[in-house]
Design a protein around this ligand. Structure first.
Ligand code: HEC
Ligand code: HEC
Length: 329
């Protein structure tokens, strides 16, 4: 009797501690997206890749959020219409649905509220919503697809945004080594990565970088303990709230796939992840960390790279003679 009890305990205990990782750790796993409208996703994917939503017909959402490079452009600041250099670094769209809000300063409440913005932003796609809709209406295959998804004959910018957002919801990156470890696979992380995670918690990084996104859940001042020196003019959430106390307050960015989304910070000024880690410890926590600690934390952060979405390029329906022509200026 006793012996079988001991055996039962030996079998049960490890699985209890695994289950505990899922609930007790401050970082949660990324689940794959479910319950999406397949036909709307397919439409949103076309729109995502369609440069005809821009004035020049040369820029699509994918130009600055390249899905071949973790949903970013790997530039300090994005390049938009007429080679305009944007004011801020382009955040990744991977897992973006899970953010509390969209944009560095959180000015859009969700993906749908965000999605129509770039189309008529003069520094990005520089089009107008009515010309974007006219363009789509001039292409019979688009008309058909919108009718199928939205049950109307009249394409609206609201539907465009809804469809793009539905596609973006598919862009999750599950099964990072760190997630496999959370689920109980002890060998999914190297000893260095495990040591890095322990330091990440000990130093206090998880106060701001936690949850499934390892960020994305709150707004915090960039330079909480010491000011951050930058040439970037963005004042953060103060631009929305008008409050002086919100100066340089930004949405804490996700650290999912962070090894791929260089350069770092809203000004894109830091190219090395290790350097970003050292700066964070210094200006957010007032701590000098050693090179060895920084190496370990960086190794842990690399274990947050998940399975990247496997996107098959959609075939875009051809323009017609009614489609507005591209304008370079
Ligand atoms: C010219 C480059 C450019 C283009 C084109 C562009 N974006 Fe962005 N995107 C950015 C930049 C830069 C930001 C950050 C702006 C800010 O926070 O003020 C951003 C922010 C976002 C965010 C917020 C992510 C987050 O974590 O807060 C989403 C989502 C997004 N873009 C989706 C899109 C979609 C959808 C399109 C196409 C309709 C698009 N973008 C086109 C550069 C671009
Ligand atoms: C007080 C909240 C807070 C703490 C604590 C904190 N961070 Fe951050 N972290 C932020 C904010 C806010 C940003 C975005 C700042 C910006 O770009 O203006 C950020 C950005 C980052 C980035 C760059 C991400 C990117 O995509 O540009 C990394 C890497 C990072 N943090 C790692 C860490 C590490 C490692 C620690 C612990 C040593 C840490 N952070 C502690 C709030 C915090």
């Amino acid at each position: 009797m006793k012996r079988s009890l001991v055996i039962a305990l030996l079998i049960l205990l490890p699985s209890i501690s695994y289950a505990n990782r899922l609930t007790n750790e401050p970082i949660k796993i990324i689940e794959p997206a479910t319950g999406l409208n397949t036909s709307m996703v397919a439409l949103g994917k076309k729109l995502w890749f369609d440069p005809r939503l821009s004035k020049s017909n040369a820029i699509s959402c994918n130009s600055c959020h390249n899905l071949a490079t973790a949903g970013v452009d790997n530039l300090p600041s994005s390049i938009g219409h007429e080679w305009t250099i944007g004011p801020i670094n382009s955040p990744t769209v991977l897992n973006a649905e899970l953010n509390i809000s969209q944009f560095w300063n959180g000015r859009a409440k969700d993906l749908k509220a965000q999605a129509s913005g770039p189309i008529d932003n003069p520094k990005e796609m520089a089009f107008t919503h009515s010309l974007a809709v006219e363009t789509l209406n001039s292409i019979p295959a688009y008309q058909k697809h919108f009718t199928k998804v939205f049950n109307t004959n009249n394409i609206t910018i609201d539907e465009v945004a809804t469809a793009i957002a539905e596609f973006e919801k598919t862009l999750r990156t599950p099964n990072a080594p760190f997630d496999l470890w959370l689920k109980g696979n002890d060998n999914a992380l190297t000893p260095t990565e495990k040591a890095g995670y322990a330091l990440f918690k000990e130093k206090g990084c998880t106060a701001c970088h936690n949850g499934a996104l390892v960020g994305g859940q709150m707004y915090q001042k960039m330079g909480l303990v010491k000011p951050y020196k930058t040439n970037n003019a963005d004042i953060g959430r103060a631009a929305i709230t008008g409050k002086d106390s919100d100066k340089f307050v930004f949405k804490v960015p996700t650290l999912r796939n962070v090894a791929l989304t260089y350069p770092y910070f809203h000004d894109g000024a830091v190219w090395s992840l290790k350097e970003a880690v050292i700066i964070m410890a210094d200006i957010q926590l007032g701590q000098k960390i050693s090179k060895d600690e920084a190496n370990k934390i960086t190794a842990f952060l690399s274990s947050l790279t998940g399975t990247q979405p496997q996107v098959v390029l959609p075939l875009l329906p051809p323009s017609t003679m009614k489609t507005p022509k591209p304008k370079m200026h």
